[in-house]
Design a binder for this molecule. Structure first.
Ligand SMILES: NC(=O)c1ccc[n+]([C@@H]2O[C@H](COP(=O)([O-])OP(=O)(O)OC[C@H]3O[C@@H](n4cnc5c(N)ncnc54)[C@H](O)[C@@H]3O)[C@@H](O)[C@H]2O)c1
Length: 268
């Protein structure tokens, strides 16, 4: 079977760890060149390890998704080196938990800046390049915006994250309609993972325990497993396959859709 992303160039934001890293590995395995962005410095150990593992199949660029300047620098780099962009995965994100009356305005603004502004800026900056490349690709170029099941249903003391991920969900649908009705060859879909074993989730559990909302991190893991119909959380690689599907020409007729990967959590 031929590689599903042969010759494609993809950007994965926040790709050094967790879900973004798993998506990067999968895309490279399917023949893509991945331009991976994150906040770590170019000479960090994690970047050295990435380069050792993938050589010239991956380019690392330090870029903060909240900075329009960083996105524009990235666009100039991708245009100069590759002259195309087939796939944009807006994956970088952060979380915020707590009762609404305890959420500081600066923390609210920070989560919106990363989870919402970051997705907007990525789409805005790369739309012209995606449209140009998309004209040469079945179904067009592909934007995959990483939302969450928390962008579909509410959850106690997760309201700020709910708001940010709900925004990603509807922003994506708006884009899909805008592109399709103007005849622009770009598909835009959102991805909605359930609970995934990543550094982000581990850090969130740690903070919940420190705040006294739970006895231990293991209690939280057990509770999440118990709430999930399949009885366990996902591994990052289990999100990478659905991301590959949306990115590939197999999803050529999909736009404005939301792909839920949650072990049945929102089916309840
Ligand atoms: N882990 C889960 O259970 C889960 C569930 C649903 C959705 N998600 C979403 O999936 C995405 C990835 O989450 P994850 O769990 O892999 O997180 P993670 O923290 O393990 O990895 C996210 C990466 O994004 C980077 N990042 C953070 N802020 C950034 C910024 N301003 N600019 C560039 N990079 C930045 C981090 O350095 C990190 O490498 C997020 O959007 C998250 O909201 C996660």
């Amino acid at each position: 079977m031929s590689a599903r992303l042969a010759g494609n160039v993809a950007i994965v934001s926040g790709g050094l760890r967790g879900i973004g890293r798993a998506i990067t590995e999968r895309f490279v395995g399917e023949g893509a060149h991945v331009v991976l962005t994150d906040l770590d410095s170019e000479d960090s150990d994690v970047v050295a390890e990435l380069r050792a593992a993938h050589g010239d199949k991956v380019t690392y660029a330090r870029a903060d998704v909240t900075s329009e300047d960083d996105w524009q620098t990235l666009r100039d780099m991708v245009a100069g080196r590759h002259g195309r962009l087939d796939i944009l995965v807006n994956n970088a994100g952060t979380d915020l938990t707590g009762a609404v009356e305890t959420i500081a305005m600066e923390d609210w603004r920070r989560i919106m800046a990363i989870n919402v502004d970051g997705v907007f800026l990525g789409c805005k900056t790369f739309t012209p390049m995606l449209a140009e490349t998309g004209a040469r690709r079945k179904g067009g170029a592909s934007i995959v915006n990483v939302s969450s099941i928390m962008g579909i249903v509410g959850y106690g003391e997760v309201s700020a994250y709910n708001a940010s991920k709900g925004a990603v969900r509807l922003f994506t649908k708006g884009l899909a309609i805008e592109f399709a009705t103007k005849g622009m060859p770009i598909r835009a879909n959102s991805l909605h993972p359930g609970f995934v074993r990543t550094p982000l989730l581990a850090a969130g559990f740690k903070r919940w325990v420190e705040s006294g909302a739970a006895e231990s991190e293991q209690d939280l893991i057990d509770a999440m497993d118990a709430q999930t119909p399949v009885g366990r959380m996902a591994e990052p690689d289990e999100i990478a396959g659905p991301a590959l599907f949306l990115a590939s020409e197999d999803a050529s007729y999909m736009t404005g859709a939301e792909l839920v990967i949650d072990g049945g959590w929102t089916a309840q």
